[in-house]
Ligand binder design. Structure first.
Ligand code: ADP
Ligand code: MG
Length: 571
C-alpha cells in the first residue's frame, strides 16, 4: 500500500461529513474496511461486552511502517487518496483518513502492526489527551487494532446503546453483509470466547450463503449472473415461494462495498412482480460491479449509501438480471410433465387483483376489512383453512378461494405473460386443435401465445404469468376440453375468454385434499382478506365464510349489556 499523507485542507473540506462513531457497529465497520483495504485474506474479530469493553480486529494485510502507524491516528491522514480528484477512481473502502482518529477520540485505541519488509513491528497507543506512544514489538505481519472502553468518556453515547445482545446482533448482521460481499476472505468472529461466525475463504458464493443463511436455503437460492458492457450483477435470489415479511435479508454490495439501496430493492421486487405475495419480500445477495466513475461514494457519513450516476440503468439491469431467473425459470425446472404427486403444488400464486371499490360486483360485506391482520390457524381435512382476526373467524375453501383469485387475475384487462425459453409442444385432438385455432384471440388476451406446429399440434410460446408455476401438460389440455364444451357458436369473444379463464383457474388451483404449509395458507388468507375476494368462485360455490365477532356473541348469548346492566350480570 502507498504511504500515509495528510490531505490538504481543501480536499478534506470537500469530503462529506466526518466518520460518525455512534455505536460498536460503527467502529467494527471502519476496522473491517481498513483490514480489507490492506489486502487481508483473513480477519479475526473479538468482542467483549457487546463491544463496549473490547472490539479487536486482527488482519494479515499489508501492515504499516512505524511512522505511518503514528500518522494513521491523526485526522485526515490517509494512504488511499491524495486529492479530491482521486475519488472518482476510488477502489478502496476508506478514503477520508478520519476513522482511526474518530475512534481514538471516543475510546482507547492500540495498534500493533508490521509490514512484511520489516523484521519487527510497532505498538502505537492513541490517547485523546497526549501524543501517541510508540514501542517496537515482535508481531506477525499484518495489523491488530484494539478498541477498548468505547464511549467511557461520552456518557450520552453510552446511554444510547442498546442491550449487549442487540449490539452483538447488529455487529453480526454487519459481518454477515461483509462476508457475502467478500467470500474470498476468511472471517472469524467471537464474543467473549463464543464463536458467532466462521466463514472460511471460498470462491463459491453458494458456500458463503450456506454459512450466512443455512445449507438448506443456500441450496434453493437461484444464481443470478448478468453482464452488460459496463455493468455486472452477480449473486443469488430466493425463489418466489421463499419470502420474508421484511427486507432485512436483502444484502447488496457495489464494487465490494456493502450498501443499503432502496433503488436496488425496488428493482429486485419489480422483477418478481405478481409471483410474490403482497407485502412479502424476497431474500437476495447481489453484487453490482461498475466503473467507480459511475458512482458517488461521498454522500453518506457512514459510506453505507452511495449514489449511482445512472440510476435508471442500474434499475433496469437489476430487474432484468433477476427476471431472467425468477420469471423465466429454465424449462427443465418447470413442472410441465404430468403431475402425479400433489406435493408438487409448491407455490400458491397470488395474483394482484384490481377490484375497484365502487363497482365491485361482489358481496363485500362478508370480506374482512383490508389491512386487518388475519392469521391462519389450521387446515381442516386438507380442504378448509381456518383463520382468525380481530373481526372474527374466517373459513376458506382452499380450492374455491385459490380458483377465484386465479380467475379474477386472468380476467384483468391485461394479464402479463411469461415467455418460455424453449416453448412447449401440445398434442391435441382434432376438435381441440380446431377450437384452439378459432380462439387464438381470446387465448392471446389471457397471455397465451400458441403457434401451429404440425398436425394437431401447437407450440406454446408464452403462458400467463400467474399460471407459470401451476400449469401442467395434462391440466392445460383438460382446461381446453372443458372450455370447449361450454363454448357455443353464439358465444361472444368475452364469453369465450371467461370460459377459458374459469376452466384454467379450476384446473390449476390447489385442490381439496392438498396439504398446505403454513406459508401457503398465510399467502392465501392474506390474498383473500386484503384483496376482497369474490364471495363465490366462477362455479358459484362460496370461497369463504366469515363468523364475525358479533355473530359469535349472538350465538353464545353474549349481548352487549346496556349501561344500567353493566357490572351486574354474569361475565
Ligand atoms: P482511511 O481508511 O479513510 O484512509 P483511516 O483512519 O481508517 O482512514 O486509516 C488511516 C490510514 O491508516 C489508512 O489510509 C491506511 O493507510 C492505514 N491503516 C489503517 N488500518 C490499517 C490496517 N488494518 N492495515 C494497514 N493499514 C491500515
Ligand atoms: Mg478507513
Amino acid at each position: 500500500m502507498a504511504r500515509i499523507q495528510r490531505l490538504d485542507p481543501t480536499t478534506s473540506s470537500l469530503i462529506a461529513a466526518g466518520e460518525v462513531i455512534e455505536r460498536p457497529t460503527s467502529v467494527l465497520k471502519e476496522l473491517i474496511d481498513n483490514a480489507l483495504d490492506a489486502g487481508s485474506t483473513r480477519i479475526d474479530i473479538e468482542l467483549v461486552n457487546g463491544g463496549r469493553r473490547l472490539i479487536q480486529v486482527t488482519d494479515n494485510g499489508c501492515g504499516m511502517h512505524a511512522e505511518d502507524a503514528t500518522l494513521a491516528l491523526q485526522r485526515f491522514t490517509t494512504s488511499k487518496i491524495r486529492s479530491i480528484d482521486d475519488l472518482p477512481a476510488l477502489m478502496t473502502l476508506g478514503f477520508r483518513g478520519e476513522a482511526l482518529p474518530s475512534i481514538a477520540a471516543v475510546a482507547e485505541v492500540e495498534v500493533v502492526t508490521r509490514p512484511a519488509e520489516q523484521p519487527e513491528g510497532v505498538l502505537v497507543r492513541g490517547h485523546t489527551s497526549s501524543a501517541p506512544q510508540v514501542h517496537a514489538i515482535g508481531c506477525p505481519v499484518g495489523t491488530r487494532v484494539r478498541v477498548q472502553r468505547l464511549f467511557s468518556h461520552v456518557p450520552v453515547r453510552l446511554r444510547a446503546l442498546k442491550s449487549v445482545a442487540r449490539e452483538v446482533q447488529l455487529m453480526q448482521e454487519l459481518v454477515a453483509h461483509y462476508a457475502l460481499a467478500h467470500p474470498q476472505v476468511t472471517l472469524h468472529m467471537q464474543h467473549e470466547g463464543r464463536r458467532l461466525l466462521f466463514a472460511p475463504a471460498t470462491t463459491d458464493l453458494r458456500q458463503r450463503l450456506a454459512v450466512i443463511f443455512s445449507q438448506d436455503l443456500a441450496a434453493q437460492m437461484l444464481p443470478v449472473s448478468w453482464q452488460s458492457l459496463d455493468l455486472s450483477i452477480q449473486g443469488a435470489v430466493s425463489p418466489p415461494l421463499i419470502n420474508r415479511a421484511t427486507r432485512q435479508r436483502q444484502y447488496y454490495w457495489v464494487n465490494s462495498r456493502p450498501v443499503r439501496s432502496p433503488l436496488v430493492s425496488a428493482a429486485l421486487e419489480r422483477a418478481y412482480g405478481a409471483l410474490l405475495p403482497p407485502g412479502r419480500h424476497p431474500i437476495a445477495a447481489l453484487g453490482i460491479t461498475l466503473s467507480p466513475t459511475l458512482l458517488d461514494v461521498n454522500i453518506h457519513p457512514r459510506k453505507t449509501e452511495i449514489k449511482f450516476l445512472h440510476e435508471r440503468a442500474i434499475f433496469a439491469g437489476v430487474q432484468e438480471a433477476v427476471e431472467m431467473v425468477v420469471q423465466h425459470l429454465a424449462p427443465a425446472s418447470l413442472p410441465w410433465e404430468e403431475a402425479t404427486d400433489t406435493a408438487a403444488w409448491q407455490a400458491i400464486t397470488v395474483p394482484a387483483l384490481h377490484v375497484g371499490e365502487a363497482e365491485a360486483p361482489y358481496d363485500l360485506r362478508s370480506a374482512v376489512p383490508a389491512g386487518a391482520a388475519v392469521q391462519p390457524l389450521t387446515q381442516i381435512g386438507n380442504t378448509f383453512i381456518v383463520a382468525a382476526g380481530a373481526q372474527g373467524l374466517i373459513v376458506l375453501d382452499q380450492h374455491a378461494a385459490h380458483e377465484s383469485l386465479l380467475y379474477e387475475s386472468l380476467m384483468t384487462a391485461e394479464p402479463t405473460s411469461v415467455e418460455l425459453a424453449e416453448g412447449f409442444v401440445l398434442h391435441l385432438s382434432v376438435s381441440q386443435y380446431n377450437y384452439v385455432q378459432r380462439l387464438q384471440a381470446s387465448l392471446a388476451a389471457l397471455g397465451f401465445q400458441l403457434e401451429p406446429f404440425g398436425k394437431e399440434t401447437v407450440l406454446v410460446r408464452t403462458v400467463p404469468t400467474i399460471l407459470h408455476t401451476l400449469l401442467r401438460l395434462g391440466n392445460l389440455v383438460e382446461a381446453f376440453q372443458e372450455a370447449m364444451q361450454r363454448s357455443t357458436t353464439r358465444s361472444s369473444p368475452e364469453e369465450e375468454r371467461e370460459h377459458l379463464a374459469a376452466a384454467l383457474a379450476c384446473r390449476t388451483a390447489i385442490r381439496a385434499g392438498d396439504p398446505l404449509s403454513t406459508a401457503q395458507m398465510a399467502s392465501l388468507v392474506e390474498a383473500v382478506t386484503q384483496q376482497r375476494l369474490a364471495y363465490a368462485c366462477p362455479h358459484g360455490r362460496p370461497t369463504h365464510v366469515t363468523l364475525s365477532l358479533a355473530e359469535l356473541e349472538r350465538r353464545f348469548l353474549r349481548f352487549t349489556p346496556s349501561p344500567t346492566e353493566r357490572g351486574q350480570g354474569e361475565r
